[in-house]
Ligand binder design. Structure first.
Ligand SMILES: [Zn+2]
Length: 1191
């Protein structure tokens, strides 16, 4: 056929042209224009190359499977077995119609093509790891597809094409499989090289452009450019064991090999010196590397893989004494080190002692296989081309199950085996020792001789160094067990989830200090890293079997995902370990880093805390903490920090809890603890270890601070109001409501500036104090804060809508629009608007004194809040509307309103009283609280800020008296009503101030233990239904003065559900006689004795309806247990199930720190005549309640 002849001629011409131009420019051009073959498919047919045959190539093809083996042995530079080789047509470069016949070789690492089969240096190599897939593209053609390039080839027959594709795909799949399984022997997916000693551009004679040259280990790689290097696709590599470097001139040097001379030229003489040195070192490495291999290969049996027969195996199992190929080594590693300890002949130089090399020469593949492979059925044997799964199955059978081994006659007789081993190790019979050990003799068995108690000691005593060497490597070896076949999972008894991950990372040396400075790229080295079986290992490169270092997952205390660009690499993470070291890793690839972080976190976080992993955490780890009432013992908790939320799993709790750092009341470092004060809990994070603790402290402090100039980025109160706003409003409320021209007068500019700066820095720490701060400075600070607010209070997005709404004529429509707009604000903005308007509403309430009516306030606040110039009144109109229609727009509960008003009235009264008596006002109320019982010695004077809760008050008292609370001691604050001879424990979250305002002259507060709390909690936890029903004795107080008629106690049936208490005349009654909403009930323990209650287990209940009509009645139970259950049920319903704080703790409110001020001010008791009260202690000790205390 003429087609065929033409093509043949063409190819011949091409070949002759290229004989001496291995790296000709056109080849570079060809590769530069590598295109998906789909575009060229017509070309293939045009030239009809499909029928091409040549006698020379046919023979190569037919023996492709084995030609590799021969070649491997022949060429010293080719140490990897060739899996497939043969002639293929390579698609032509763009713009050319000339097809290129290439000799193509596939080994475990690379697909390479050459001009001819005799060539040593390829024109192109493609790492198997960068091949994404192989695809058929029509007659005899197929594509090898990498991430960003496609190489098209054409075989001479469909069968050959299919064979190529199958083999290639198999290799690719195996690599992927291994990638997933952490086998670290192979190239990374990127194809780029590990452990580069030197790289850069060099001129190579014969090439127009500089090449990118990489010296790595014992090879020199040539790439067209740096980009190609990154993709892993190169021209060729030079095995340096055959290399020699020669200086030529100032900038030039030659790398000579028996096959070719490479004449390089560097940019400068200094550069040249560096290249020469790097290449000389590479040669040294190559030579020393092959030293061990050459010695071991001197025994013929060791020249072929013990398992599959591949030539020049350069790996070994040091305990099994077998020399194996790279692919088998990969599978060996999968069996685990208790079965086989894999080392490289070339790279793990340290393990290769003279003894071990000698042992390999004496035992090695020959003796080992006589034992291990004594009975291998041919159908189960593996060979050079066997796939990964086949290999794995075979190796499990061979070494893990011992399926093919030659059984020792003593097999099964442990005592005899041990005896025999003790005897054999003193001889030179290594084969017998091997047989005994792998048939069950115990390497550490007792020899019976105390001087030489075990086989190793016996061998040493006998001077049998090789026996010792063998025994030492097998001290912890697992003996083959046939039933161990599918127990791969059982191999590791790990508690932590076994996560597997691997890949290249850049690593700095480990550190003992926090990393404050930016680490440049130069400080990182590329390492192959694997995470498997709870061990993170990093290797010099992916071919090394011995890691440079390891981090056990259980040692990890903290993992930090740094913000992007913290160091020279875009993404970095830090690992902190128990022994106070810090490891820093990085990559350019954020996604890959994210995967690493997740994988590592997953493998060291306690499973019970694995919910933490669902957060996009910046920092995760374990810390010691103290909390709750028991501060004696530190506990271990798991924490994750995500933006401004610290998630925690505390000991004894399997529920995640969140600490909102921006909402903390206090955050301070006290000694070696970080103290986080929340409203209902104080958490002490302990600096048990210094390094990770310091990291946490800095991160938490940062997260707890203001992060920007918008509202939500501020430190916040519990109710989502910026602390800045809360502090200012609180201060003005306490000290400025009656101040003339409040918010209109501007205060001192410099003071405002510095105050605002202070508040912005850490509002939580700022205490505004009368005397120290002027009302007008504070009010101005608040205005300034709003005016400068990024995005404004009403947000840029909606601000115009608010102004438009103000122009709506229809009042109802307008209010509807305001409410609508309000609901579309972010939570923090909405809460802040409400708080501010509420405040202004209070301010205008006192306009007679302060001269600031609603209109005046609107003039001031309109432009401030809307950040306008104030030339028109639009903005003012909005503010005026909001203040004047405050109750409607914000749906304010009337009761809430009244309570507030009472509070303010009290404040004003206080101030007037204070100023009239000439004393300095404290701003807060001072009241008397008793500890345990009402007596003068137990008196405590406490300043009660408006926000103080019963729990905070309790802890303040306890702290002052230095009372250590113990677990299961339920300290509470009680309101005691002496007249009624009844008391009520305040709910821990109740605000104290309103209660104080409501206390009559015969009531007081006392802090004491709530003895029945534990039993109540047990009852609540164990009951099946939320409702409670049963008989109680009931008595109504008809007349509040106690003078009216009372009918005594009568049996009634009660049902308490989650909203109301119903009273039935009897059990069978269908309709309740009375019904009360539980929310409006105040339940006190105890009934005054005057009423002669039928038992001492009773309640006094106060009820007030919407019209402020009051009722009072009594309930009496038969037993103490009943009383407790009813009372617990009331608490439960009234507090939405939240009877006792789950993580209650000392609230070290910073308020205690203000005590020094108490000396300078007069204490203003809330109630008038204290003496009278003291005298009226009466017969309280005889109160039936005392019995309750003995529960
Ligand atoms: Zn092998």
């Amino acid at each position: 056929m003429s087609d065929k002849d033409d093509a043949e001629t063409m190819r011949g011409r091409l070949r002759s042209e290229r004989v001496n131009s291995l790296f000709s420019e056109d080849e570079l051009i060809e590769d530069y224009y590598d295109q998906p073959a789909a575009n060229d498919s017509s070309c293939w047919n045009d030239y009809g190359l499909s029928t091409l045959q040549s006698s020379g190539t046919v023979s190569s093809r037919s023996s492709s499977m084995h030609s590799g083996s021969t070649e491997g042995l022949d060429a010293p530079a080719q140490l990897l077995p060739i899996i497939k080789a043969g002639w293929l047509d390579k698609n032509p470069p763009q713009g050319s119609y000339i097809y290129q016949k290439r000799w193509v070789k596939l080994d475990a690492d690379y697909l390479r093509y050459f001009d001819s089969e005799k060539d040593t240096y390829s024109k192109r190599f493609i790492p198997v790891t960068s091949i994404a897939r192989v695809a058929s593209i029509g007659d005899q053609k197929f594509e090898v597809i990498t991430n960003n390039r496609t190489f098209a080839f054409r075989a001479e027959s469909d069968a050959d094409r299919n064979e190529w594709m199958r083999t290639l795909q198999q290799m690719v799949d195996e690599r992927k499989f291994k990638g997933l399984n952490r086998i670290s022997l192979f190239q990374p997916p990127t194809g780029a090289l590990d452990s580069v000693d030197k790289c850069g551009l060099l001129e190579l004679r014969g090439f127009k452009n500089k090449l990118y040259v990489v010296v790595a280990g014992d090879k020199v790689f040539l790439y067209k450019n740096a980009e190609d290097y990154r993709q892993g696709i190169g021209i060729t590599y030079i095995e340096m064991n055959v290399g020699n470097v020669k200086d030529v001139d100032r900038r030039g040097f030659d790398l000579t090999t028996p096959y070719r001379i490479f004449s390089f030229s560097a940019d400068s003489d200094q550069e040249k010196d560096e290249w020469v040195e790097a290449m000389q070192q590479s040669i040294a490495e190559a030579l020393s590397n092959s030293e061990v291999a050459e010695k071991i290969w001197s025994v013929e049996a060791n020249r072929l893989c013990a398992d599959c027969g591949s030539p020049k195996p350069d790996w070994a199992s040091v305990n099994l004494c077998v020399v194996i190929c790279k692919r088998c080594a990969g599978e060996h590693r999968g069996l685990g080190p208790s079965i086989t300890k894999v080392r490289s002949l070339k790279m793990d130089r340290k393990v290769w002692t003279e003894e071990l090399i000698e042992l390999f020469c004496q035992v090695g593949n020959c003796v080992a296989n006589q034992f291990w492979a004594a009975n291998v059925p041919p159908s189960e044997a593996i060979h050079v081309a066997s796939g990964s799964q086949e290999r794995r199955r075979f190796l499990i059978a061979k070494y893990k199950e011992g399926k093919y081994r030659r059984y020792h006659p003593l097999f099964g007789n442990q005592e005899e085996l041990n005896k025999a081993l003790c005897a054999t190790v003193t001889t030179s019979d290594l084969a017998e020792t091997q047989s005994l050990v792998f048939c069950g003799a115990e390497v550490s068995c007792f020899s019976g001789d105390p001087d030489f108690p075990n086989p190793i000691a016996l061998a040493e005593q006998a001077g049998q160094k090789l026996q010792m060497e063998f025994l030492l490597h097998n001290k912890s070896s697992e003996i083959p067990r046939v039933e161990a076949g599918n127990s791969e999972e059982k191999q590791y008894s790990v508690i932590l989830p076994s996560v597997t991950h691997n890949g290249f990372l850049f690593k700095t040396p480990s550190m003992a200090k926090l990393v404050h400075e930016r680490k440049s790229r130069e400080e990182f080295s590329r390492r192959w890293c694997t995470l498997n079986d709870s061990i993170f290992s990093y290797y010099e490169n992916d071919r090394n079997a011995v890691p440079n270092g390891e981090i056990k997952m259980e040692e990890i205390v903290c993992l930090v995902n740094n913000p992007p660009d913290t160091h020279g690499y875009e993404s970095t993470f830090e690992i902190y370990i128990e022994s106070e070291r810090l490891y820093l890793f990085g990559l350019e690839n954020p996604e890959a880093i994210r995967k690493w972080v997740k994988s590592i976190a997953k493998s060291f976080i306690h499973p019970r805390a694995d919910e933490l992993l669902s957060h996009d955490f910046e920092r995760i780890g374990r810390l010691q903490y103290k909390g709750g009432l028991n501060l004696a013992r530190a506990k271990e908790g798991w924490f994750a920090l995500t933006q401004s939320v610290l998630y925690a799993f505390f000991e004894d709790s399997d529920k995640e809890e969140a600490v909102h750092l921006k909402k903390l009341q206090e955050l301070s470092v006290q000694g070696d603890s970080l103290v986080l004060v929340e409203r209902r809990r104080t958490l002490y994070i302990q600096g048990e270890r210094k390094l990770d603790f310091l990291g946490w402290v800095a991160a938490i402090q940062k997260a707890a601070g203001s992060s920007g100039d918008t509202l939500s980025e501020q430190q916040l109160t519990e109710s989502d109001i910026p602390v800045i706003v809360d502090r200012c409003i609180d201060y003005i409320t306490q000290c400025g409501l009656t101040s003339e021209g409040i918010y209109r007068k501007s205060g001192q500019n410099s003071k405002t500036t510095s105050l605002l700066e202070m508040l912005r820095k850490d509002a939580r720490r700022v205490r505004l104090k009368e005397g120290e701060h002027q009302v007008d400075d504070v009010s101005n600070t608040l205005k300034r804060f709003f005016r400068d607010l990024g995005d404004g209070l009403f947000t840029k997005e909606f601000c115009q809508d608010w102004l438009k709404a103000a122009a709506i004529d229809n009042e109802e429509e307008k209010i509807g629009q305001y409410r609508q707009l309000l609901s579309s604000l972010p939570v923090v903005n909405r809460a802040t608007v409400k708080a501010l308007i509420n405040h202004l509403y209070r301010v205008q309430y006192f306009s007679e004194m302060n001269q600031m009516n609603t209109h005046n306030l609107a003039i001031v606040f309109g432009p401030t809040l809307f950040q306008t110039d104030g030339k028109d009144y639009k903005a003012g109109r909005v503010v005026e509307d909001l203040i004047s229609r405050y109750v409607v727009i914000f749906s304010v509960d009337e009761q809430e309103m009244r309570k507030q008003q009472d509070e303010i009235t009290a404040i004003i009264k206080m101030r007037i009283a204070g100023s009239s008596s000439g004393t300095q006002q404290a701003g807060d109320f001072i009241c008397t609280v008793y500890l345990e019982e009402k007596k003068t010695e137990a008196e405590q004077h406490v300043k009660i800020p408006a926000t103080m809760t019963a729990e905070e008050l309790t802890f303040e008292i306890l702290e002052r008296r230095k009372i250590d609370t113990k677990e299961k001691e339920y300290w509470s604050c009680f309101e005691v009503n002496e007249r009624e001879e009844a008391e009520r424990p305040l709910h821990y979250s109740e605000k104290v101030l309103p209660i104080l305002h409501g206390l009559g002259t015969d009531s007081y507060l006392v802090v004491k233990k709530q003895l029945s709390m534990e039993n109540m909690l047990i009852y609540l936890a164990s009951r099946v239904s939320d409702s409670k029903h049963g008989m109680m004795k009931f008595r109504e107080e008809r007349n509040l003065l106690g003078l009216g008629l009372s009918t005594g106690f009568h049996d009634r049936y009660f049902i308490l559900n989650n909203s109301c208490l119903r009273l039935y005349k009897e059990v069978r009654s269908h309709r309740p006689e009375k019904e009360w909403p539980v929310k409006n009930l105040k339940v006190y323990l105890g009934i005054k004795k005057k009423l002669r209650p039928p038992s001492c287990w009773g309640f006094t209940v106060f009820y007030e309806n919407e019209k402020h009509e009051k009722q009072q009645w009594y309930l009496c139970c038969d037993t103490q247990m009943e009383l407790r259950e009813w009372f617990a049920s009331f608490l439960y319903v009234q507090n939405g199930g939240n009877v006792w704080p789950s993580e209650s703790s000392k609230v070290r409110a910073s308020r205690t720190q203000q005590d020094s001020r108490l000396g300078n001010i007069s204490l203003i008791p809330l109630r008038g005549n204290e003496n009278e009260m003291r005298n009226s202690v009466a017969a309280f000790a005889a109160d039936p309640l005392t019995l309750l205390r003995n529960v």
